[in-house]
Design a protein around this ligand. Structure first.
Ligand code: F6R
Length: 605
């Protein structure tokens, strides 16, 4: 995944492009570059490394321009080199292009262009685009026609912006990769994501696949691939621009962990009826799920863990529900019927594997629902229904607040579906709704009192870290381990507590701390597993709400969570584990917001 930014009609394009890239750096941080248009043509500066390297290069050799395009790269085709960094140009240097996605037919296109005399200077798929535009210009096309014709030959997924010749314009299009247009006062922005320009304008146009945009200092046009004008509404983003900054925190991840009470309030706002003790989702009035006979939850990574959690909530309500890694969904091909509801769980709404899974599900006749944080994302457009998380922007690569919001939203959804499926509310629906209403306060209590940092310090020199849990605590164990490994680079694994004796116990030693998660489901059995690992000398850190029980007596340490409904306890336990992972990584001085080899949104399979 890469980040695109562009601006026109602004005063200081270099500064704005670089600022936009900094805000999009979570999308890729292998290399960064900008191209700006000035009286001499197009000036390009690009460098391997983080945006700070680009800034240093621009400081050394200043460039200026009245408008431009920028890119932060997460390499897919071609190594991490200055030459492979974007923007890419044609031989004359009169066309500059940035691209996010993959052009799957770039090899035959490149061969054909080379046979016509074009010389390539990078190993990227992207470089075919400026050469295709150049070829079309040579054949007499206007800049816009040359751009359209070039795009028309591409297969794959892409969001592309381009500067062409002397045109005072930016040309852009998307197909399968995100691109949004920011509409300011005589200033226009294009970007992969809203945080790139939210501090300049809250007015956003969510572009659709196949849209072509031409922005000039005087305005913009949006047309379809046939050149017909299309009407896309301008939406007003209600974020405080501060939400997309670090706001005084050392890391976005820590800020986002601390934002969870607010995020959960927004996720549940207007959706909890504490009078009737029911879930109220205006998107899904009573009867909306009357035809559903089974549910598939498709997602990757953290979102998959939220999907697993939700499957356990749905199963507990008697509803057949299965969580799949979306990347495996098209391989496993689980049978679907028109009465199957396929829920895509995705923070970004753009994850390629999950998009692929819902496309497959739709083709097989299933009904699809997107649960996502990103308004206007591809999943919201491709699914039959959408439920928005409203967690606010998440910039840290490691998902934190969105997991909590996903599980809270899925708990509400499970309750709503169960009402239609069973014809009545769950017996403890009121307790669940009350627990969800208390959740922001309970999370705040953890944030205020957690001893996670002390635990991270005590076990800093361990060999490996294990996480165990049962039922809905199993995905929390997996999520605890995922967070730990991805930001600390230490070996961490999560297991179903029941699985321990069937192999993983062989890994347990006195220098492998085990985090045992107790959420009120089958705690006795997990307690036995905890004693088994202790018998092998491993220290146990219990994450539990019940201070009075044997767990506390036997555990070496306790990360306490407020007493709550068992179906909500996992969200609280996870907050403690997020904090442990964060502090462990911080002690090791890891680049927490940008872990090596990872990007926030994986738009390639
Ligand atoms: C881990 C993490 C990833 C994402 C996964 C899916 O902290 O963030 O595992 O959860 O790449 O991304 P989305 O939710 O955007 O589909």
């Amino acid at each position: 995944m890469c980040g695109i930014t562009a601006c026109i009609g602004t005063e200081n394009s270099v500064e704005l492009l670089i600022d936009g890239l900094r805000r999009l750096e979570y999308r890729g941080y292998d290399s960064a570059g900008i191209a700006v248009k000035n009286e001499n043509g197009i000036s390009v500066t690009k460098r391997v490394g983080e945006v700070s390297e680009l800034v240093a290069a621009v400081e050394q050799n200043p460039i200026s321009g009245t408008f431009g395009i920028g890119h932060t790269r997460w390499a897919t085709h071609g190594g991490v080199t200055d030459g492979n960094a974007h923007p890419h140009t044609d031989e004359s240097g009169r066309i500059a292009v940035v691209h996010n996605g993959i052009i799957s037919n770039y090899q035959p296109l490149r061969a054909e262009l080379e046979s016509k005399g074009h010389t390539f200077s990078s190993e990227t798929d992207t470089e075919v685009v400026p050469h295709l535009i150049e070829e079309n210009l040579r054949n007499g096309a206007s800049p816009e026609a040359a751009f359209r014709a070039a795009i028309g030959t591409l297969s794959g997924s892409y969001a592309i912006t381009a500067i062409i010749g002397d045109e005072q314009a930016i040309f852009a299009t998307r197909s399968g990769s995100p691109l949004v247009l920011g509409v300011g006062d005589g200033e226009y922005y294009l970007a992969s994501d809203v945080p790139a320009f939210i501090q300049h304008t809250p007015r956003v146009v969510y572009l659709h696949d196949g849209d072509f945009v031409v922005t000039t200092p005087d305005g913009y046009t949006i047309t379809d691939s046939a050149g017909r004008s299309v009407d896309r509404p301008i939406e007003y983003i209600e974020w405080d621009p501060e939400t997309a900054t670090k706001g005084g925190y050392e890391h976005y991840m820590y800020k986002e962990i601390n934002e969870q009470p607010g995020a959960l309030r927004r996720t549940t706002q207007g959706r909890l009826n504490t009078h009737t003790g029911g879930a109220e989702l205006e998107e899904f009035p009573p009867g909306a799920f009357a035809d559903i006979s089974q549910i598939h939850l498709v997602a990757m990574g953290t979102s998959h863990h939220a999907g697993m959690y939700a499957a356990s909530l749905l199963n507990a309500r008697g509803i057949p529900a299965y969580a799949f890694m979306s990347g495996e969904y098209s391989v496993i091909k689980p049978p679907v019927t028109p009465n199957t509801l396929v829920i895509a769980v995705s923070q970004s709404g753009e994850t390629a594997d999950t998009l692929d899974a819902i496309r497959r599900a739709r083709a097989a006749g299933a009904r699809t629902l997107a649960l996502t944080n990103v308004v206007g994302s591809s999943m919201t457009r491709e699914c039959d229904d959408e439920l928005l998380l409203r967690a606010g922007p998440e910039i840290g690569v490691a998902a934190t607040k969105t997991f909590s919001s996903q599980v809270a939203a899925l708990a509400l959804l499970a309750e709503r579906i169960a009402e239609d499926y069973n014809g009545t509310k769950s017996p403890d629906s009121r307790e669940l709704i009350d627990a969800l209403a208390r959740l922001p306060g309970d999370v705040q209590e953890i944030l205020d009192t957690s001893i996670a940092r002390e635990i991270a310090i005590e076990y800093e020199d361990s060999d490996a870290y294990f996480f165990i849990g049962r039922g809905s605590a199993h995905p929390v164990a997996l999520e605890g381990a995922l967070k730990f490994k991805e930001i600390s680079y230490e070996h961490a694994e999560g297991f179903a507590a029941s699985e321990l004796k069937h192999g993983p116990l062989a890994l347990v030693t006195p220098i492998t701390p085990v985090f045992a998660i107790f959420t009120g489901h089958e705690d006795e059995a997990t307690l036995s597993n905890m004693k088994e690992v202790q018998a092998r000398g491993a220290p146990v850190i219990a994450v539990t709400s019940d201070e009075s029980r044997e767990v506390v007596e036997f555990a070496d340490h306790v990360l306490t969570i407020p007493d709550t409904h068992p179906e909500v306890a996992g969200i609280l336990a996870n907050v403690q584990l997020q904090l442990v992972a964060y502090h462990a990584a911080n002690l090791l001085e890891r680049p927490i917001d940008k872990p090596r080899n990872l990007a926030k949104c994986v738009t390639v399979e």
